[in-house]
Design a protein around this ligand. Structure first.
Ligand code: MEV
Length: 308
């Protein structure tokens, strides 16, 4: 049996602007993860079991654009494997789906690693990330590549589209609370809506992306120097720009306000927006109080995480 695991992720700064070539900062979230086990099967065919999404099926009965089928078919094709060997593939994930925590990319990364190792073709991180990026494109249209990158390398990253990966050294650990609206985050749709906004008001949106890019650059320096309390203000500023991009929502804004009121140093939505998650930077002793306030303000769950 061959097993692999991949963490969730959150974007600290720069979502959406990163699609337009500006930098963004993202970190892995190890409290949630996707786990895949691949073993030889006693019956013919490739059997995919994913109890979390009620899936128990033979590969050929799945539509070819099914996220798991797409990974398996594409990997076998690129490795030139034919006929397919009989396999049992088990997928379990504690990463909430469509919440901005990178569940799709994490399942792809864990599946690629487990399957390729099982077949004796172990992939490098670079290959895994590039492959997972191709899968992201099938489902999300025009992704920047930040999700597959931070999840593959499982390290804080400063990411610029089509640039080599830059990892970020964290000068001093800091604490975040992640609040989930429980509303699915339609990344493809929010990315498409921002694109329409760019087409309508290109000059203004390019300025907004420039500002967000500056925020991400400053945030990286602050994280590396360990003056992390200063990140709070940058989060608030970044959230205001995301509101201007129209990707926030009343629910996200309510959680952001509740976190600030409960003592967070700053808060913003994280990921594609409209639904999904927000994050709040908190002094460690206030993490519990901020989590409680988020739940009272309607969050479906609150996760406390330390970076790194
Ligand atoms: C999604 O996690 C982040 C976005 O910036 C889209 C992308 O970068 O592909 C909204």
């Amino acid at each position: 049996m061959t097993a692999s695991s991949a963490p969730g992720k959150i974007i600290l700064f720069g979502e959406h602007a990163v699609v337009y070539g500006r930098p963004a900062v993202a970190v892995p979230v190890t409290q949630v993860h996707a786990d895949v086990e691949v073993s030889a099967s006693s019956r013919p065919g490739i059997w995919v079991h994913a109890p979390g999404v009620n899936l128990d099926a033979e590969l050929n009965s799945l539509p070819s654009d099914h996220p798991l089928a797409a990974v398996i078919h594409n990997l076998f094709f690129s490795l030139g494997i034919s006929p397919f060997p009989p396999l049992d593939i088990r997928v379990n994930s504690t990463i909430p789906v469509a919440s901005g925590l990178g569940s799709g990319a994490a399942v792809s990364v864990a599946l690629l690693r487990a399957l390729s190792s099982h077949l004796g073709h172990t992939m490098t991180d670079e290959q895994v990330s590039a492959f997972a990026f191709e899968i992201e494109k099938l489902h999300h249209g025009t992704p920047s590549g930040i999700d597959n990158t931070v999840i593959t390398y499982a390290r804080p990253v400063y990411f610029i589209k089509r640039h080599p990966i830059e990892t970020v050294k964290v000068g001093e650990p800091f604490t975040l609370v992640i609040g989930d609206t429980g509303i699915p985050a339609p990344t493809k749709q929010s990315v498409g809506d921002v694109r329409r906004l760019v087409a309508k008001n290109n000059y203004r949106m390019e300025r907004v992306f420039d500002e967000v890019g500056q925020i991400a650059l400053m945030a990286r320096r602050i994280i590396e120097c360990g003056h992390t309390a200063m990140l709070g203000d940058l989060m608030d500023q970044n959230h205001a720009y995301l509101q201007e991009m129209t990707v926030s929502s009343p629910e996200l804004d309510k959680l952001v306000r509740a976190a600030r009121k409960a003592g967070a140093l700053g808060a913003k939505l994280s990921g594609g927006g409209r639904g999904g998650n927000m994050i709040a930077l908190v002094p460690p002793d206030l993490a519990e109080a901020v989590s409680r306030s988020l739940l009272e303000a309607g969050a479906k769950r609150a996760i406390v995480t330390q970076v790194p």
